[in-house]
Structure formats: C-alpha cells, structure tokens
Design a protein around this ligand. Structure first.
Ligand SMILES: Nc1nc2c(ncn2[C@@H]2O[C@H](COP(=O)(O)OP(=O)(O)O)[C@@H](O)[C@H]2O)c(=O)[nH]1
Ligand SMILES: Nc1ccn([C@@H]2O[C@H](COP(=O)(O)OP(=O)(O)O)[C@@H](O)[C@H]2O)c(=O)n1
Length: 226
C-alpha cells in the first residue's frame, strides 16, 4: 500500500480553502475534512459542543480550542486508513500542537490573500448547508439564482459572513494564525501562496501535490481550471 498523505490548508475566512480543497479532493482522491462543516453539523444536530460553538460563531469569534479539538480529533481517528486534507483546522497554536500529537503532516498549505479581496468574496458567498457546497455570485454562481445545482434546494448566506461578524473574524485570524504559520515553517512543511485569484494559485498547488503524491500523476489536471 502506498504511504498515506496528510495535509492541512490554512488561510483567513474567504481565502479559498474550501474551493481549493474541493479541487484537491477531486483531482488527487484525498478526503476533504472541513472543520467548518463539522462545526455546522454539530450546531444543526444541537450537540453539546455545537450549542457552545454557536455562541462564539455568532460573534465572529473562534470556537475555543478544547471544543474544536474534541470535535475534530475523533473524526481523524475514523480516517486512519485514508489520505486526507484538513481544511480550517488548526486555527491556533494549541490546535496545531494537539494535531501534531495525533499525526504527522506531510505539508501545510497557507493561503495569503489581501483583505479587500476577502471582504468582497464573502459578501457574495452562498452555501448549500446540507452538503457544504460553496458558491459565489460572481466567481462560481449557481445555474439558478440562490438554488443548489445538484439538489435544487435553496442556498443560504452564513450568519458569520455578515459584515458585522466578518471584520472581527478577519482581525482575530491574523492574531492567532502567525504562531501556527511559524510552527509549520520551523518544521519545514509550510507552502505559502499569495494571489487575489484561486485560478492563479491552483496550478502551483497542483504541481506541488503531483510531486508529493506520486501514485496519481498527470500534468493535465494542473491546468488553471479544475
Ligand atoms: N471572485 C473570486 N471568488 C472566489 C475565488 N476563489 C474562491 N472564491 C469564492 O470566495 C468565497 C470564499 O471561498 P471559500 O473556498 O469558501 O473560502 P474559505 O472560507 O477559505 O473556505 C466563496 O464564495 C468562493 O466561491 C476567486 O479566485 N475569485
Ligand atoms: N478550527 C476552527 C474552525 C472553525 N471555527 C469556527 O467555525 C467557523 C466556520 O469555519 P469555516 O472554516 O467554515 O469558515 P471560514 O472562517 O474559513 O469562512 C469559523 O469562522 C469559526 O468561528 C473555529 O472556531 N475553529
């Protein structure tokens, strides 16, 4: 059996983690584990952790480390047989350290996107809550306005994408991400990508992964569109 591949993708809200993770999962056959989706599932299911998490998300704050770690680490145990890409976790150094004790990562992808670009994207972000599918009314609109392409169900705008919560989220991100970035840099596994467009970043990430996941090789998949 080939070696399992483990990666994380980091970046502020709206930086394209979900969009790029979907492309990676589709092209390289990794499991995409979205910490935001786990949180939202727990909120919908009204689990103890979900009810607690909601009070923070409404204010644009991060969910405390012990709650996030309790939600996430058991999911990773279920995934021991698979290669995966973890999206949105770790957000803090404490989360990075908890993850480090649970498994060895191959790479950490860091998306560095200008603030104005993030604000503009999130204003236009709509999601299909049941699947986590993400749309943008300019970049990748649904075929029918406010309707999911696959299920025909309505799309929603997330509460924490509203401008009031957004500024607090972006500010908070900057404060907590720096030590995580330094942590992965010191381990020699950090790959940072800076641009305003996902389609510019994608070919570079794809080329990196093609060299690191040798079982699946193709140059075609690294074109600028997925
Ligand atoms: N205009 C534009 N929108 C993008 C681009 N990449 C992603 N988006 C949209 O920006 C929003 C945020 O992306 P998402 O992948 O959800 O970011 P995340 O919060 O980091 O997971 C979504 O509505 C995406 O469809 C891009 O290159 N240009
Ligand atoms: N490690 C994490 C992941 C998500 N979250 C919370 O869950 C929300 C949604 O996560 P997400 O990854 O879908 O969203 P973005 O913040 O990337 O847009 C975040 O804004 C945080 O409030 C957290 O506190 N800690």
């Amino acid at each position: 059996m080939s070696k399992l591949f483990r990666a994380v993708i980091m970046g502020p809200p709206g930086s394209g983690k979900g969009t790029i993770s979907e492309r990676i999962a589709h092209n390289f056959g990794l499991k995409h584990l979205s910490s935001g989706d786990f949180v939202r599932e727990n909120i919908s299911a009204k689990t103890e952790a979900g009810v607690l998490a909601k009070t923070y998300i409404k204010k644009g704050l991060l969910v405390p480390d012990h709650v996030m770690t309790r939600l996430l680490l058991p999911r990773l145990v279920e995934m021991t047989k698979y290669s995966w890409l973890l999206d949105g976790f770790p957000r803090t150094l404490a989360q990075a350290e908890a993850l480090n004790s649970a498994c060895d990562l191959d790479i950490a992808i860091n998306l560095n996107i200008p603030l104005e670009t993030l604000k503009e994207r999130l204003r236009h972000r709509w999601i299909h809550p049941a699947s986590g599918r993400v749309y943008n009314m300019c970049f990748n609109p649904p075929r029918v306005q406010e309707i999911d392409d696959i299920t025909g169900e309505p799309l929603i705008q997330q509460e924490d994408d509203r401008p009031e919560a957004l500024v607090a989220r972006l500010r908070h991100y900057k404060d907590v991400a720096k030590p995580v970035i330094d942590f992965y840099k010191a381990k020699g596994i950090l790959y940072t990508y800076s641009d305003t467009e996902t389609d510019q970043i994608w070919p570079n990430i794809c080329t990196l992964l093609s060299t690191r996941i040798p079982t699946i090789q193709s140059d075609a998949r690294c074109a600028s569109t997925p």
